[in-house]
Design a protein around this ligand. Structure first.
Ligand code: TYD
Ligand code: MG
Length: 419
C-alpha cells in the first residue's frame, strides 16, 4: 500500500524565468560530432566509428581481463596523432603503469600519468591540461572528500562519475571510466552509472583463453550488440580481424553431434561450432547441461524434438556446448542445436562443410531468420559448400552459387534428410 496525497488543491505557478518555446524538429540544426579514430579497427567499430569528442564511456570487466592494457594502447594511438591524454590511476602506482607501458612499447611524451584518488584534484588536472582523452582507472577508486561515505559506495561513485562527465563535456575531452564488475557480471556500484554515460562497453573472456570480446551494450553514438575480438599476446592486445577462423577448428573433422552455425553478432556474421552429446543416463533423472546457449531454449528444443520427431530423449543425459567460449543468444541457432542433438543420438555425422540456419517453432516448423544474406555470405567466404536453411528464407534471398542450399520447412523433414 502506498499513501497518495491529494494534490488537487495545488496550483502549479509558471516558473519565473523565460520559457523556451518548443521548436520544430526540422528547424534544429544538426551538428555532426567530431570523432577521433584510434585506428584500432575493432575498437573504432564498436564505438560507431571512433571516439566522439566529449563523450563518456564506461568500460567494465573482471580483474585481469585487460582493461588497463587496452586503454593504454588507446592512449598510444591518440598520442601518435599528437593528442594529449591523461591517465589517472587510482589503484596502481605510476611505476606499475610504466612497466606495462614498456611491455606495450608505449613511449610517448603526450601521455601523462597521475596516481590520484581525490576527485577535486583530478578535476583540477583536467581543467588545467585539457587533454583530448582522460582515463579514470578505476571509477570505484575515486572519492570526493566532501561526501561522508567511503570510496566505492553508491553515492560516492555516482557523484564522482557525474562530475567527471560534466567536466569532460565542458572541456570536450573524451573520458573513459573503468568499472569493476561484480561476481554476477554487473558493473559494481550503481546501475545509474550506465544511465549517466553515453556508451557502456563490457570486456569479457574466458579465463583460460587468450581471446577477449569487447561488447557494446549501450551506445548513444553507434549500434549496440557490436563486438570486437582481441587476443592477449605477450606485448598487448592484438585485434582478431577474422573471428570465424578462430572459432572453427579446421584441423579435425567433426564428430557426430557437432554442427556449424552462422550467427549474427552485432552487424557481423560469425560461424561457430555447436556440439551436443547424448548419453544414456545412469540415474533416474536425466541431466541437461548447457554452456554458451540459453538453458530454457535448449529445454524447449528437446521438447520439440520429442514431440514432433518422435525421438525418445527421456532416458538420456544431454550436453550442449558452444566451442571457443562464445555465447549465442539468438533463435536462429535452434535448428542447428536440434540437429546436433539428433545427430549425437543417432550417431550420424553431419558433414563439416555444412552450415545450419533456422528458428524452430513449437509446432516443429522451421522459421525464417533475419539477416539471412550476410549469414550465407560469411559461410561462402569461408569455403563452406552446403547449407541447411529455412524454406521461408529461400524465396527472397540472393543466390550464392558456391553454396548448395537444402531447404527444409519442418524439423521432422530436416532430421529425416540429414540424420
Ligand atoms: P590488465 O590490463 O592489467 O587487466 P585489468 O586492467 O582489466 O585488470 O591486464 C592484465 C593481464 O593481462 C595480466 O594478467 C597480464 C596480461 N598481459 C599480457 O598477457 N600481455 C601484456 O602485454 C600485458 C600488458 C598484460
Ligand atoms: Mg587495471
Amino acid at each position: 500500500m502506498t499513501e497518495e496525497i491529494n494534490e488537487s488543491a495545488f496550483t502549479h505557478p509558471l516558473p519565473e524565468y523565460d520559457i523556451e518555446n518548443p521548436v520544430s524538429i526540422s528547424d534544429i540544426k544538426s551538428v555532426s560530432k567530431l570523432r577521433t579514430h584510434t585506428y584500432i579497427e575493432e575498437f573504432d567499430r564498436i564505438l560507431g566509428g571512433g571516439i566522439v569528442a566529449g563523450s563518456a564511456i564506461l568500460i567494465g570487466g573482471t580483474p585481469g581481463i585487460g582493461k588497463s592494457t587496452l586503454l593504454l594502447q588507446v592512449c598510444q594511438k591518440f598520442s601518435e596523432q599528437d593528442y594529449l591524454s591523461l591517465y589517472v590511476t587510482g589503484e596502481e602506482s605510476t611505476a606499475q603503469i610504466k612497466l606495462r607501458a614498456d611491455r606495450l612499447n608505449v613511449t610517448s611524451n603526450n601521455i601523462f600519468l597521475v596516481a590520484e584518488n581525490n576527485l577535486n584534484v583530478i578535476l583540477e588536472h583536467i581543467r588545467k591540461f585539457k587533454p583530448k582523452l582522460v582515463i579514470i582507472d578505476s571509477v570505484q577508486a575515486v572519492f570526493k572528500p566532501d561526501l561522508e561515505s567511503s570510496p566505492g559506495t553508491v553515492s560516492q561513485v555516482r557523484q564522482c562519475a557525474n562530475e567527471l562527465i560534466q567536466i569532460s563535456k565542458k572541456t570536450d575531452s573524451s573520458i573513459f571510466l573503468v568499472g569493476h564488475v561484480t561476481k554476477e557480471g554487473m558493473i559494481a556500484g550503481p546501475k545509474v552509472l550506465e544511465h549517466l554515460v553515453d556508451t557502456v562497453l563490457y570486456f569479457e573472456g574466458e579465463k583460460f583463453m587468450s581471446f577477449r570480446v569487447l561488447r557494446a551494450v549501450k551506445n548513444r553514438y553507434g549500434s549496440t550488440n557490436e563486438i570486437g575480438i582481441f587476443e592477449m599476446c605477450k606485448n598487448g592486445l592484438r585485434e582478431v580481424k577474422d573471428p570465424s577462423e578462430i572459432f572453427l577448428s579446421r584441423t579435425h573433422s567433426l564428430s557426430s553431434g557437432a554442427v556449424i552455425i552462422s550467427c549474427i553478432e552485432g552487424t557481423r556474421a560469425l560461424l561457430v561450432e555447436v556440439q551436443a552429446l547424448v548419453t544414456r543416463s545412469s540415474f533416474g533423472m536425466p541431466g541437461r547441461k548447457v554452456t554458451g546457449v540459453d538453458h530454457n531454449r535448449v529445454t524447449m528444443i528437446i521438447a520439440v524434438l520429442e514431440k514432433r520427431t518422435g525421438l525418445l530423449l527421456g532416458g538420456y543425459d544431454i550436453f550442449v556446448n558452444v566451442v571457443g567460449g562464445v555465447k549465442i543468444d539468438e533463435p536462429a541457432a535452434d535448428l542447428a542445436i536440434a540437429i546436433a542433438i539428433a545427430s549425437s543420438y543417432k550417431d550420424v555425422t553431419i558433414p563439416g562443410n555444412t552450415i545450419i540456419i533456422g528458428e524452430l517453432g513449437l509446432g516443429g516448423e522451421v522459421r525464417g531468420v533475419s539477416q539471412f544474406d550476410s549469414r550465407i555470405k560469411e559461410a561462402a567466404r569461408l569455403g563452406f559448400e552446403n547449407a541447411i536453411i529455412p524454406k521461408d528464407n529461400s524465396k527472397n534471398s540472393s543466390k550464392t552459387e558456391s553454396l548448395k542450399m537444402a531447404e527444409v520447412s519442418s524439423l521432422a523433414e530436416a532430421i529425416d534428410k540429414f540424420c
